[in-house]
Design a protein around this ligand. Structure first.
Ligand SMILES: O=C(COP(=O)(O)O)[C@H](O)[C@H](O)COP(=O)(O)O
Length: 304
């Protein structure tokens, strides 16, 4: 096994979604960069830097939408501009991983304050940050129920349902198209985030924006749980986020006769800021209008 295989293996796992979810892919990339930096030796500083940058580029190319991936890579590789770059890379990778885990814990605490005793929560897809909010509310002794959508086509909602059920929580699984039918039973919606834009929009699993629209119509609060590394720095300079379109076979396969039927499979959608009540971050709850400030404050360095 050559050194670069460490990076290629993580790249493949992210690409084929063996490792998935925005936070997890960010941490997996940071870990791969650390292991790669530890393995490569006998190189000039210049060669080391080039190899690390190439590795970072490959990891970033694995999936296009979740900004946690490039943000993690850029955070770690910033160590290349410092003295003792190898040590710095290792230090910064650990820093990113630990602060990501801490952020999820803090999001849980802040978000749980918005959950009341007796609430029924709706969530979509499988988000560590949203699950942290739900579990923390449960740990605080609140009597809660959770509705999970299936999240077609890959059914990540099953993972969420099983995780919460194993935790002892009252869980109901529904098909994605049943959200409007059940919204009268829901007190609050909490979902995760793949990216937050400078104008406060949320990019998350396909179907999120429909849920937000339904929640808005029914005056049910809609919150997203997003670590600050989910904020997309380049949207501040007008860059648009690429929505990943995945293999049609994830949706279905038709017999030969019907091969002419086109299948589209976007994995994410964009929820406008006006449907979002709050973004739960590790530094507190912010209104979507505060996204610009977070990007400016936390990611100014990325563009310099
Ligand atoms: O949309 C998804 C996962 O999509 P996929 O399954 O396609 O990766 C999750 O809601 C976010 O990534 C947030 O997750 P987390 O809070 O765990 O970062």
């Amino acid at each position: 096994m050559s050194e670069i295989d460490i990076i290629k293996e993580t790249y493949e796992k992210i690409k084929n979604m063996e490792i998935r979810g925005a936070g997890r892919i960010g941490r997996a990339a940071a870990k791969a960069l650390k292991e790669y930096a530890l393995k490569i030796s006998n190189l000039s500083e210049e060669e080391f830097k080039n190899k690390m940058k190439e590795a970072g580029d490959l990891l970033i190319s694995a999936r296009p939408t979740a900004v946690s991936l490039p943000n993690a890579v850029k955070y770690v590789l910033k160590g290349l501009n410092e003295e003792n770059p190898k040590e710095k890379i290792i230090e910064r990778a650990d820093e990113f991983i630990n602060s990501s885990l801490k952020a999820i814990e803090n999001i849980g605490k802040f978000g749980a304050n918005r959950i009341k005793d007796g609430d029924t929560i709706l969530t979509h897809c499988n988000s560590e940050a949203a699950i942290s909010v739900i579990k923390t509310a449960y740990d605080e002794g609140k009597d809660i129920k959770v509705f999970c959508t299936e999240t077609r086509p890959r059914n990540q909602g099953y993972i969420t349902a099983k995780t919460l059920y194993d935790y002892g929580i009252d869980v109901t699984l529904i098909v994605d198209s049943a959200v409007r039918y059940f919204i009268k039973d829901i007190d609050i919606v909490v979902v995760g985030a793949d990216a937050i834009t400078a104008n406060g929009c949320l990019v998350n699993k396909i179907g999120t924006s429909q849920i937000a629209l339904i929640a808005n119509e029914s005056r049910v609060p809609f919150l997203t749980a997003a670590e600050t590394y989910k904020f997309h720095p380049k949207t501040i300079v007008g860059e648009l986020i690429e929505i990943e379109e995945r293999d049609p076979e994830e949706v279905t396969t038709f017999e030969e006769k019907y091969k002419g039927i086109k299948i589209r499979n976007p994995a994410f959608d964009v929820t406008p800021a006006k449907y979002i009540d709050a973004i739960i971050t590790e530094i507190g709850l912010i209104p979507p209008q505060g996204a610009w400030y977070i990007i400016e404050k936390y990611f100014g360095w990325l563009e310099k």
